[in-house]
Design a protein around this ligand. Structure first.
Ligand code: SF4
Length: 506
């Protein structure tokens, strides 16, 4: 049991982080079939498909944000849960050391990173007993971008575009549609939602997240909930949110609803939004030696079918090369919808760097610079650094800072995902800068666009939050906010809001 259990948990973590389960692959394949290849959503899906293959091939993290590890463990009566908790924690730290998990556990006040994914409340481990003589462990890795898109509604209420929401299944449907619309591309759509009707504020969110352990293709045993799931899946894609919020035919790949009893005074609808990088797997273990008896959600005897049908980013011939440092003239020539291939120096910066730059001079000259909202996975190699996973993080978190940083330091391009707000859009226009949307979660794909990692500043913030000095080549991204006041994000949000209203009249 002793070594077998630890090895099995480590295998589970590594597989979950690096290999998307077959039901999610199938749903993403359907999404690819529904989007024309030359559209922005089609191009984004091609990158995602390639990224999924690359991650499985090299056993690298599918997305650099390996999320909050959440374990659901079922044990035989009498099993030692204290010992198992400790072994699971050790396996999480081991996977982090091996670069399969990004160090993601930070002190909530100081922001100090524990470096091991261990800390108060992390990882999350829930135990349950059952009558069987084997151990079942399920694991989900849900990242911060989609976690921020979770929503909880206290019904009755009024919602934009949807009007009054009552305490019935139609009200539940409205809450779910609102959560998906509100997420736009910020949670790396096309995503999936787990929903709980009822419970209290705490149990509602927990039960909503538990629904994400169901496979995307199952059918709810409660016919009333099955009907709502099917109604959501039948209508949601008319919203036109598309991949990464670029506009398109597929906005959601799954909707799973559960139900708990509630207090008479409360009616909560809790929605757990997960991204396309929907990483969850499970194992059944022999309780005597801890070895893996069976994998859940995947069948190792079935060979993996590649997601991408070709190697390389699908070029249309209209891509625009953009080499840093970038001039104002170059930036002003770009328009929303242009696909650019970025080369040269790129600096990473996310929450801690942005807050720092509001009160301190930058450690590097940012005039003409490209700032990348990214918290990479980085490994030490040959006395230097190697970035092993480097997709974009959700940009809207930097909205309170971004305009000032563009004005003050002359940044010409910001790369991120999900778009930014009105203040940043104004700064792009006034200062001459652009917002470039990279494909969220495509961490392996973008890591391969990084030729070298030359240096790092502000390492005291920890690996994901430090400012990494990257040298990139042909890094593809889409102009979604330009220097002329245009925003694809604003347009898609407005249009999908109209579609939401139209759904009420169907
Ligand atoms: S795919 Fe997007 S939302 Fe999901 S973990 Fe990665 S960055 Fe976060």
């Amino acid at each position: 049991m002793r070594t077998g259990f630890s090895d099995s948990v480590l295998q589970l973590i590594v597989k979950t982080s690096t290999d998307l389960p077959p039901d999610v692959r199938a749903a993403m394949n359907s999404a690819m079939g529904a989007e024309p290849g030359a559209t922005q959503s089609g191009q984004a899906l091609a990158i995602i498909a390639q990224n999924i293959d690359q991650a499985a091939d090299c056993e690298g993290a599918i997305c650099q944000d390996t999320g909050m590890p959440t374990f659901e463990v079922k044990v035989p009566i009498g099993a030692n849960q204290i010992w198992m908790r400790e072994k699971i924690r050790e396996a999480v730290a081991d996977a982090t050391r091996r670069g399969k998990l990004r160090p993601n556990s930070v002190d909530s006040i100081t922001g100090e990173n524990s470096g091991s994914n261990l800390g108060p409340g992390t990882p999350i481990i829930h135990f349950d007993q059952w009558e069987k003589d084997e151990i079942e462990i399920k694991l989900i890795l849900k990242g911060g971008g989609c976690e921020n898109m979770n929503a909880q509604y206290s019904v009755p209420c009024e919602l934009p575009h949807l009007g009054r929401v009552d305490r019935n299944l139609d009200g539940v449907r409205k809450c779910i549609l609102h959560a998906i619309w509100n997420a736009q591309g910020k949670g790396c759509s096309p995503g999936a939602v787990g929903v709980c009707i009822g419970g209290d504020r705490t149990s509602g969110y927990a039960h909503a997240k538990e629904q994400l352990f169901r496979t995307l293709d199952d059918v709810n045993l409660d016919p009333r909930l099955a009907e709502v799931e099917s109604s959501i899946m039948g209508t949601v894609n008319t919203l036109g949110i598309g991949t990464m919020g670029f506009g398109g035919n597929v906005s959601l790949i799954g909707c799973k609803i559960g139900m708990l009893n509630r207090l008479p005074a409360c009616f909560f609808v809790s929605v757990a939004y997960d991204c396309w990088a929907f990483r969850r797997l499970g194992v059944r273990l022999d309780a005597r030696d801890g070895s893996i008896k069976q994998w859940l959600y995947r069948d190792p005897s079935h060979p993996l079918i590649a997601m991408a049908d070709q190697a390389g980013f699908t070029r249309t011939g209209r891509e625009i090369p953009l080499t840093a440092p970038i001039s104002e003239e170059q930036v002003r020539s770009l328009r929303v919808g242009d696909v650019v291939m970025v080369s040269g120096r790129v600096y990473t910066g996310r929450d801690a760097v942005h807050a720092y730059l509001m009160t301190h001079d930058p450690p590097v000259d940012l005039h003409g610079a490209v700032l990348y909202h990214c918290g990479p996975v980085v490994a030490k190699q040959d006395g230097g650094w190697k970035v092993t996973a480097a997709g974009p993080t959700t940009s809207i978190r930097e909205e309170p800072y971004q305009a000032d940083i563009i004005h003050r330091y002359g940044v010409r391009a910001v790369i991120g995902k999900g778009g930014m707000g009105a203040k940043t859009l104004g700064a792009l226009k006034d200062s001459g800068a652009v917002y470039l949307n990279a494909i969220g979660g495509a961490a392996q794909f973008y890591a391969r666009c990084i030729e070298r990692t030359d240096d790092v500043s502000l390492m005291e913030f920890g690996t994901p939050e430090a400012m990494w000095h990257l040298w990139v080549h042909d890094f593809p991204a889409i102009v979604t906010m330009d220097a002329h006041g245009n925003s694809l994000h604003k347009d898609v949000e407005t249009e999908s809001g109209k579609q939401l209203e139209a759904l009420q009249t169907v």
